[in-house]
Each structure stands twice: as C-alpha cells, then as structure tokens.
Ligand binder design. Structure first.
Ligand code: 13P
Length: 280
C-alpha cells in the first residue's frame, strides 16, 4: 500500500532499523524491489532522482511507481530523490509521490535553508514528507560530476532541521554516490553527534559499496533511510549479462525476467542487512 515516508521512518526509529530506498529506472526494477519487499514482509521506498528523468520521464515512470506502491503487499513510500527544481518537485507531488527531496547541499547554508523551506511549504499542501541535505555527499547521482565530500557540521544540521522543518535529513559522513574507489571510511563520530542533537530521522546516501557492518552501525545510530542506486543498476546489468553468457535468453521475456531478478536479489540483500524484514 502507498504510505507517507514520514510514517515509514517513524516506525523504523521505533524498531531500530533502516528502510531501503531503492532507485528505479523502469518497470522491471519496480517489480524486482516489490517482489523482495513482499517476500521479506518489508516496508520499502521507491525513488527516482531528477537527473535520471532524461532516461525515465517523470510523467511516465511516476504514475507507474505510485500504482505499484498502491498495489503492493507491504507499505511503500514513493520518493522524488535529489530534487533540483520546484517545477519537477511540484510535478512529483501532483503525481502522488508521498515524499520529495530538495537538494540544496551545494548552496550556502542560508540559501539551502530558504530553498528547502519553500519545498516544505509546497509539500504541506499534499501532506507529503520532505528530505533535505546538509553537507556534501561525494560523487554525483549520475556520475557526471565528482563532487568532493564535505562532511556535515553537526551544528549546521541542528539549525537546518529546526529552521526548515524537514521530515528527513541527509548528512555527509564520508559517503559518496556511485562505486567507491576504495572502501569508504565513514565518520561515525559525526553521525553520532548528529544523531544525538537532531530529532529528525537521518538519511544515508551513496549506499552502494558500504560494508554490511557499517550499514548496521548506521541503522542503529540514527540513519533510518538508506539510498541504493548504483548497486541496483549494476545488479540488473549483471543479471542480464549472466543470462546471455549462459545462453539463457531465448527471447525478450527471458531478458525481462533477468532484469526483475537482478533488482530483486539486490533489494533482498540490502533489506536483510538493514533489518527491515518482517517489519511490514
Ligand atoms: P549509490 O548510487 O551510491 O547507491 O547512491 C544512491 C543515492 O544516494 C541516491 O540518492
């Protein structure tokens, strides 16, 4: 069933686990994630980032994501990831997304607060949740830029959360989008400090390549939403390649099953690490 992301994250806080937020690009990925969620009785979040709309137009994939959530066996929130423009954020809200992110992490703090507040006011009309970001997660969502990591200053996180009224706050603790060049060393000191001083659930971006033990530690230290994108795309591509290598593709629908399977296996693996299984 389609739910508000606020409720999913509140339950995760009570239950001391994190919810997987899986980026999707097509129907097969949506089906794979929801198959894992149903099997493991897990709440999940389906998301798409604004930079990915050139491949998957929001007008088309948005209604698919919302309909899939409405028909899902477990609670599913539909989230607009890394919103850059109020135009696309508004469109996501009009389409029924139950959560939107405004990513002002590249802006000076004051400007980030002001722009995020506008998103909070807009989303209030739809009773949708809002995620903001403070500090800079490294890399970039679509690999087009290599943004330097700028770890969150806990006192900025406190101010940002208070002044914007966001429902979820993405912080930077040494995490980066895309595949890491070496194993990331997360700054748990910063995470602990943010978790102690900020009430709102925290979000970890750049989930691909983070070690399972670090995920678990994050999920027990204030992180209630973990974003996974590259790992899904890689898993789907690898699943298709494996099928071709095994001569198991006789026609289009074998290819389609391989895509669903790749997304399913990836979501299943992460749900089990995040501890969100049997929480639906
Ligand atoms: P990865 O591509 O590193 O998994 O990051 C996902 C993400 O943070 C999406 O916002």
């Amino acid at each position: 069933m389609l739910v508000n992301m606020r409720d999913l994250l509140a339950a995760a806080k009570d239950g001391n686990y994190a919810v997987g937020s899986f980026s999707v690009a097509n129907m097969e990925m949506v089906l794979g994630v929801l198959k894992a969620a149903a099997e493991l009785k897990a709440p999940v979040i389906l998301q798409i980032a604004e930079v990915r709309l050139k491949q998957s137009p929001l007008e088309l994939i948005g209604p698919l994501m919302v309909a899939a959530a409405e028909n899902a066996e477990t609670p599913v929130a539909v989230h607009f990831d890394h919103g850059k423009t109020l135009e696309k954020i508004s469109l996501a809200l009009d389409l029924g997304f139950t959560s939107v992110m405004f990513d002002g992490s590249h802006l000076p703090l004051e400007e980030n607060i002001a722009q995020t507040k506008k998103t909070v006011m807009l989303a209030a009309d739809y009773d949708a949740a809002v995620e903001g970001e403070i500090g800079c997660v490294g890399g970039s969502e679509d690999g087009s830029e290599d943004i330097a990591i700028n770890c969150t200053r806990p006192r900025d996180a406190v101010r940002f959360a208070q002044e914007t009224g966001v429902d979820a706050l993405a912080i930077a603790i040494g995490n980066a989008h895309g595949n890491y060049k070496s194993t990331p060393k997360l700054r748990f000191d910063i995470l602990e400090s943010c978790a102690e001083s900020v009430e709102v659930p925290l979000v970890l971006h750049g989930g691909t390549g983070i070690r399972p033990e670090d995920f678990v530690r994050c999920s027990k230290t204030g992180i209630k939403k973990i974003n996974i994108a590259t790992a899904t795309f890689d898993a789907v591509e690898k699943s298709v390649r494996t099928c071709y290598n095994r001569n198991a593709v006789q026609g289009y629908y074998d290819l389609q099953s391989a895509e669903v399977e790749g997304a399913y296996e990836n979501a299943k693996r992460h749900i089990l690490i995040f501890g969100s299984d049997n929480k639906a």
